[in-house]
Design a protein around this ligand. Structure first.
Ligand SMILES: Nc1ncnc2c1ncn2[C@@H]1O[C@H](COP(=O)(O)OP(=O)(O)OP(=O)(O)O)[C@@H](O)[C@H]1O
Length: 723
């Protein structure tokens, strides 16, 4: 430690001396009038730089914009060409005080970037002391890990005073250079379990000198199955990386740890630029990353020499149609057959490459991974059936070239695969009644609810109905634009009483704090999906609640699901439902459905009519109002919608009273609501009911299918929370 400090001071001194010398010599050489250079560039060649944003993932109020870039000193002018006006861009290179006239003296062109980076680089060295943590926080629970002080500081800042179980068990292994397969329940902190060793490795090395022609070497490649998860993983890593001082930001000093997020749905040109600048860590989804790496030999080389390879939610990766790309990426990180058996590099010119290839660490994490697979790992190590075309998780793991002869499997998943702070329940009802039960649940237990549906069409059908019922609801599915997906996710994160209606694109890994309820509108198709969906609530030891809506034709599925989880379906508690209220809500739902049906039909018709109008215009024929559908039928529909909307608004304005409540004499009913009113425990919209958490209501009133009360229905424990 002492010697590294001495080294550091020495470097600082030397830097000052060399800076002085530079200034001195430049003063003597600086010409009186400096020439301003103007150079012609293509849009992509300009000196773009990423703009600091409040949220690391960039998904904030700015409308879901993923990344902002700006460029200084660019003149835009227009040139007349045979094809019309074309915009041209000219970078204006003004001489800098600290690095004057280098372009002229050394004949360099386009050295603006170089000058800026050189300044940044010197500032990094000068500022290194700012980055140091002077008072390493006392975090005894982390002490055995020997993590870099700045990481401890950042963990402390986030209130992470002790490692979670999976972190405690895997970090000593990964910090000791081992390959790790980590399996632990949803929300148990797996992201930092694989991210902290990577950050520690980068921060323990001396900072990379970022100058033109010398960019960062890629240290870690993290692959995740969905875009949202990739952005979230980046956000979690950034939250543990050193903060930049104001001075460093002002001087455009490069960050100590540079991270690039490469996902589909955003400009690949921007991502290419980011990669050209170089990054220590890349977090990516397989499709887009393969698109970029297959076109870029330099990047492929970097991937081949990567120090850490991480597959997050590995088992999902084989499901979502990107297996082929993932396989090709994995192949890049594999050693050629000749190197596999030589743990120590031979003494050749390629020594450096050989040694980096031999020490790559592989981390594979998920909340679900079957036991056979874990047992099979050792078999894979020896047999490596790399030529099979199947797409099972076994197959995926068989393709990984673990450098460790004995990768360690840390499996902390609970036996019934349920998080201990999670309470589940179910409602058995007709398919046609599901909308009403959902509406009932959302009104009865207001909170942040994530509703999973098995089809995009289902989401398209239900969203407008719940909107008509005046719920705050946003859809999320793969056919939406990425920007809109992120915007809706961010809205969901920031509101309190709201609903996100999503497909399984939101089932894995998403860490939305304080999701109160997960509702399965249909019985999920596998136990893994059920586990991951439920994992969006009850995270980091907080309480959470899950509700399954099961139609008669789904009963068989339900039984199979619970059998898979080693449980009986009749152990699951039924949600207690106030039937009177449910009936009233059914009326509202019915009217909302009618309105939507007419409006939906009208939208479709308008779409068809637009096509007809356009065709008629192109053929220069005139169509009558009747033919264009502008006639009586349309007016009739408008009238119907107006009447139904009036009816719905009427229904929505009527108070919803539980059985046994008198609206006129609130003290006379069979329910003691006055006390609740006085204590402020009354439900806002359902008169006569108390405000109660769904899990508490189920625990006290719930019965199972056989009508039995369960003595200890697994009431969620309240645990100490991280900030
Ligand atoms: N040591 C810690 N102490 C307290 N909270 C932590 C700790 N480590 C991580 N967390 C928090 O716990 C939450 C869940 O972490 P994370 O998203 O990594 O879970 P996960 O195991 O990857 O879940 P999933 O399987 O659903 O992807 C996050 O909000 C994270 O910031």
């Amino acid at each position: 430690m002492a010697s590294s400090r001495d080294d550091h001071s020495l470097r600082k001194m030397m830097k000052k001396v060399s800076l002085k010398r530079k200034n001195l010599s430049s003063d003597t050489r600086r010409p009186k009038r400096q020439k301003v250079l103007k150079e012609e560039h293509k849009l992509d060649e300009l000196d773009w730089k990423v703009v600091e944003r409040p949220s690391a993932a960039g998904i904030d109020e700015a409308g879901g914009i993923l990344m902002l870039e700006e460029v200084d000193n660019v003149e835009v002018y227009y040139e007349e060409t045979p094809k019309g006006k074309v915009a041209r861009f000219r970078q204006v290179i003004e001489p800098k005080q600290n690095a004057p006239a280098r372009a002229e003296n050394e004949g360099h062109s386009n050295n603006h970037l170089e000058i800026r980076e050189e300044q940044a680089d010197s500032s990094l060295d000068q500022d290194a002391s700012d980055e140091e943590v002077h008072d390493v926080p006392e975090l005894p629970e982390w002490s055995g890990m020997e993590l870099a002080p700045v990481i401890l500081q950042r963990l402390h800042d986030q209130g992470f005073t002790s490692p979670t179980a999976i972190q405690k068990q895997t970090l000593p292994l990964s910090l000791a250079g081992r390959d790790v397969i980590g399996i632990s329940q949803t929300g148990s902190g797996k992201t930092l379990a694989f991210a902290l060793p990577i950050l520690h490795h980068i921060l323990s090395a001396s900072p990379t000198k970022v100058t033109k022609g010398h960019r960062r070497t890629l240290k870690a490649l993290i692959i995740t199955p969905t875009r949202e998860l990739a952005l979230q993983v980046s956000e979690h890593i950034n939250a543990c990386a050193p903060l930049r001082t104001e001075k460093q930001i002002k001087l455009h000093a490069p960050p100590r740890v540079s991270l690039a997020t490469i996902v589909g749905g955003m400009s690949s040109q921007k991502q290419t630029r980011m990669l050209e600048r170089g990054a220590d860590i890349i977090v990516a989804t397989p499709g887009r990353f393969w698109e970029l790496v297959s076109d870029n030999d330099e990047l492929a080389k970097q991937v081949a020499g990567v120090r850490f390879l991480v597959l997050d939610e590995a088992d999902r990766m084989i499901e979502n149609g990107h297996f082929a790309e993932l396989d090709k990426i994995i192949r890049l990180t594999s050693r050629p057959e000749s190197m596999e058996s030589s743990p120590e590099p031979a003494n050749t010119d390629d020594d450096e490459e050989r040694s980096s290839r031999n020490i790559m660490q592989t981390f594979v994490f998920s909340a679900t991974m079957n036991k056979d697979l874990q047992r099979n790992l050792k078999r894979f190590k020896s047999s490596k059936p790399k030529t099979t075309n199947g797409t099972t998780i076994d197959d995926l793991l068989s393709r990984l070239d673990f450098r460790d002869s004995d990768p360690t499997v840390v499996d902390l998943s609970p036996k019934d695969r349920l998080v201990s702070t999670f309470q589940e329940s179910k409602v058995e009802c007709l398919t046609t009644d599901k909308d009403a039960y959902l509406y009932y649940f959302l009104l009865r237990y207001p909170g942040r609810s994530l509703v999973f549906m098995s089809s995009i069409d289902g989401i398209r059908r239900l969203t407008p109905i719940l909107e008509l019922l005046q719920l705050k609801i946003w859809p999320l599915h793969s056919q939406m634009e990425q920007k809109q997906r992120l915007k809706n996710l961010e809205r969901f994160k920031n509101a309190t009483k709201c609903v996100l209606l999503a497909t399984d694109v939101a089932a894995r890994g998403l860490d939305v704090p304080f999701v109160d309820h997960v509702i399965h509108f249909q019985v999920p198709r596998s136990a893994d999906v059920y586990v991951h969906r439920n994992g969006r609530t009850a995270r980091a030891e907080r309480p959470g609640f899950g509700l399954l809506l099961c139609a008669p034709d789904e009963r068989k599925l339900l039984r199979a699901l619970f059998k898979n989880l080693n449980r009986k379906d009749d152990e699951v508690m039924d949600l207690p439902v106030e039937r009177d209220l449910l009936d009233k809500l059914k009326n509202r739902v019915e009217v909302a459905r009618k309105i939507d049906k007419i409006q939906h039909g009208a939208t479709k018709e308008n779409h068809d009519k637009k096509w007809l109008r356009d065709a008629a215009e192109a053929l220069e024929i005139e169509l009558s109002d009747e033919e264009l559908g502008n006639g009586k039928a349309n007016n009739e529909k408008d009238r119907q919608v107006k009447a139904l909307k009036r009816q719905l608004s009427d229904l929505l304005s009527q108070p919803l009273m539980a059985r046994g409540i008198s609206a006129k004499f609130i003290t006379s009913g069979s329910r003691p609501i006055v006390d609740d009113l006085l204590r402020g425990e009354n439900h806002d919209t359902l008169l006569g009911l108390k405000v109660v958490a769904a899990q508490d209501d189920v625990a006290t009133k719930g019965k199972n299918t056989k009508g039995k009360r369960i003595a200890n229905p697994g009431k969620p424990r309240k645990m100490p929370m991280a900030k």
